[in-house]
Design a protein around this ligand. Structure first.
Ligand code: AMP
Length: 391
């Protein structure tokens, strides 16, 4: 069965077409700079990468070109072969605890939740509408980034703020990266053949740590927005909330200014004065750059703090998993994090930890907690949820 996984951003559209249930990728690609000048798209087919310039006036145009490419490349003979299209939706809040078939009511609810994800939910709706019009025979499924985290207990997601802010304004922890955390949970279940107590470290340009027990989320580090939790490339993560009114007052900032400061100018970038990518941080450390060294130490400490917290919350952990850009590629970061966990009986297999991008057990046989490098795959998770709802 042919299933398309789609991820629409405000000016981009990523796609991956699968043959399911084999999970075989038939074609994948991305449309970029939609609605901006110099727009283009690229796709990978049979190991070859093809890039084309195109005037992408809007998402509708990108969808049209994508569907034409599927036909001209003989991925499908007609669009009716596409049985399901899975759409990534960032914010489902407490309205969706799992993926759902898209109806008018679902679109309405996603739209109402736009206030909680102003950059993401409107883009998803544009994509959903464009695909629903163009591929009428397919079933359309919404896969929410927040859904996996809906199993948290109230004491995990309520902030110690006046309670009416939760009741009247929906201020609570929702978490993010749920599709990735769910995928890693599935991979680990396939590995152990049973549910284990997991601490999943999704360390990319954005990062989140999740505690999982019985296949369900017990707690997660991101909060009302993806700004909370660990230090990230440009986001500050957890800080004393009173810093915000203080600097707004001192620097005469409005809400947009402060939002930009904590989301785009902080994290590794803020500490180093401009370096956001952990590869560049590592290069800086090799060159004895003091601020890169400090940024890395603060980053590692923030991750270790969450792992320690979740170890206690779970009454011990069976496995710690590292995933996403940094988690899958940075041996140095994994080593530093694991070195800080020696007190929990974690011990590193230095040789195994040289791995990059492939599923690898990186803890030694004597380690009290298994540690793994687990490549994430949010697209296949979207395709799986879609397939399961469509079949
Ligand atoms: P993601 O958001 O999951 O795509 O992760 C992107 C981030 O992964 C980049 O900003 C880098 O910080 C990090 N990254 C990617 N490759 C490497 C690498 N080889 N070593 C260290 N960090 C890496």
């Amino acid at each position: 069965m042919k299933i398309l996984a789609v991820n629409c951003g405000s000016s981009s559209l990523k796609f991956q077409m699968y043959e399911m249930p084999e999970e075989k990728v038939l074609i994948s690609g991305v449309f970029e700079r939609i609605g901006i000048d110099n727009s283009f798209y690229s796709y990978k087919l049979n190991g070859e990468k093809i890039k084309k310039q195109a005037y992408l006036k809007d998402h509708k145009e990108a969808v049209k070109i994508l569907l034409d490419e599927l036909i001209s490349n003989k991925i499908v003979e007609s669009l009716s072969e596409i049985k399901g299209i899975g759409h990534r939706v960032v914010q489902g809040a407490d309205k969706f605890d799992k993926s759902v078939l898209i109806t008018d009511d679902v679109i309405k609810t996603i739209d109402e939740l736009s206030a909680l994800a102003p950059l993401h939910n409107p883009a998803a709706i544009v994509g959903i509408n464009a695909f629903m019009k163009a591929v009428k025979d397919a079933k359309h499924v919404a896969v929410f980034d927040t859904a996996f985290h809906q199993t948290m207990a109230k004491e995990a997601y309520i902030y110690a703020l006046p309670y009416y802010l939760y009741k009247d304004y929906g201020i609570r922890k929702y978490g993010a990266h749920g599709t990735s955390h769910k995928y890693i949970t599935k991979v680990m279940h396939d590995y152990y053949k049973e549910n284990k107590k997991l601490i999943i470290c999704h360390l990319g340009s954005g990062g989140s740590i999740t505690a999982v027990k019985d296949g369900r989320v017990v707690d997660t580090s991101m909060g009302f927005t993806p700004n909370a939790g660990i230090v990230m490339g440009t986001r500050c993560g957890d800080i004393d909330a009173s810093i915000i009114p203080y600097i707004m007052d001192k620097l005469n900032m409005n809400t947009n200014d402060i939002d930009k400061l904590i989301n785009k100018e902080s994290g590794l970038k803020g500490i180093t004065g401009g370096i956001t990518d952990s590869r560049d941080i590592e290069t800086g450390i090799e060159a004895n750059d003091e601020m890169c060294d400090l940024a890395q130490k603060i980053f590692v400490r923030s991750v270790v703090n969450y792992i320690a917290k979740y170890y206690v919350l779970l009454s011990g952990a069976d496995a710690i998993c590292f995933t996403a850009g940094i988690g899958e590629n940075s041996s140095l970061t994994r080593e530093q994090i694991m070195d800080n966990l020696k007190v929990l009986g974690v011990s590193l297999d230095k040789e195994a930890n040289k791995a990059r991008g492939t599923f690898t057990k990186i803890s030694s046989n004597s380690s009290k907690i298994d540690c793994f490098l687990v490549p994430t795959d949010e697209e296949v998770m979207i395709a799986l949820d879609t397939y399961n709802l469509v079949k």
